[in-house]
Design a protein around this ligand. Structure first.
Ligand code: AHR
Length: 324
């Protein structure tokens, strides 16, 4: 008897969840004077992530947020658990940079089932499984394919040698920027037969791993003369590995990357790096604006796109003071 009641409850709960996730629009957001806002950061091991979290904290007072910010310390499983905990604490709205495209889908779906509108910031989830305008409100972020393509265009225009032998340092496996920055760069650079990608390996968007991977790849490919890193932290790690091996980044190896951190702009000024295409971490003010529009009943475009600049020898010194 007891078992039957339990089974009945489980079926009813399952049906309720199915019904909520079958609703083809994200939960609404009431207009309030103050909001309890959740921001689920994925890790804090680099200047980009620290700047992004700070941007949310800096925005909180001006936007009337009681901000709950968590740090998943590089674990997608912990990020899902962090979102669970925020749901239990009764947040009104969730801002989520999903570490990887697939493992964070349950977090998006659970927030929806709990009636909490979610905005994905800076990274996205697999669009075949969770959709903007249905499961979450919108994605706020850059065009990562275009960032990779712009690095490739710059490299094609500025590489002086006859044959470009490229090592690619990829971001976190299964993350949207790693997938898209690879696609954008590889598709464009390989249209020019001067260039060959001899190795492409993950450095997890981290400086130290970027350095270690570069050290190993340098032994297998001593003739490398271009390094494309999916972010500045790995580019700086690669520069350290190249210098340790007696190479001269900026002279015999062209280093190109994405983000626009202070260290990367300094490396460009010092002549060790060629280019970095911007990927801004300053999402707080945009999050505030889009959330207010949504609460006012506006339909939000599925992708609120951030426009990125490009930093080279020509302008790096003009922007280093605003970098992070
Ligand atoms: O999602 C954006 C990327 O994540 C940034 O380029 C990188 O530095 C960060 O960790």
């Amino acid at each position: 008897m007891k078992r039957r009641i339990l089974m009945g409850t489980a079926i009813a709960f399952g049906l309720a969840l199915t019904t909520v996730s079958a609703i083809a629009e994200p939960p609404p957001l009431a207009q309030k004077d103050r909001y309890k806002v959740g921001f689920s950061q994925m890790e804090s091991n680099n200047p980009w992530r620290i700047a992004e979290t700070k941007s949310f904290h800096d925005t909180a007072e001006a936007c009337n947020w009681d901000l709950i910010a968590t740090d998943a310390a590089g674990s997608a499983a912990k990020q899902v658990a962090d979102v669970d905990s925020m749901i239990a604490q009764g947040i009104d709205v969730l801002f989520l940079p999903p570490r990887e495209e697939k493992p964070l889908i349950p977090a998006v779906m659970k927030a929806k089932a709990a009636g909490i509108p979610t905005f994905l910031v800076d990274r996205s989830v697999d669009p075949n499984v969770a959709k903007a305008g249905e499961d979450y409100v919108a994605f706020l972020g850059s065009d990562f394919i275009d960032q990779g393509r712009r690095v490739a265009e710059w490299t094609i225009e500025n590489f002086k040698g006859d044959k470009g032998i490229i090592v690619e340092l990829e971001g976190t496996t299964g993350s949207s920027p790693a997938n898209d920055r690879k696609k954008g760069f590889d598709d464009r650079i390989l249209q020019d037969d001067r260039f060959e990608i001899v190795a492409s390996q993950t450095g997890d968007f981290a400086r130290d791993l970027g350095r270690q991977v570069m050290e190993t790849l340098l032994q297998a490919h001593p003739d490398v003369n271009i390094v494309y890193a999916h972010n500045d932290e790995m580019a700086i790690g690669a520069i350290q590995a190249l210098e340790l091996a007696g190479r001269k980044p900026g002279e015999d190896v062209l280093v190109v990357s994405i983000d626009g951190t202070r260290d990367a702009l300094q490396a460009i000024i010092d002549g060790k790096m060629g280019v970095t295409v911007e990927s801004s971490p300053f999402f707080g003010p945009l999050a505030c604006e889009v959330m207010k529009r949504y609460a006012a009943g506006e339909t939000i475009e599925p992708w609120v796109q951030v426009k990125d600049r490009i930093f080279t020898q020509e302008n790096a010194a003009d922007h280093i003071d605003e970098a992070y």
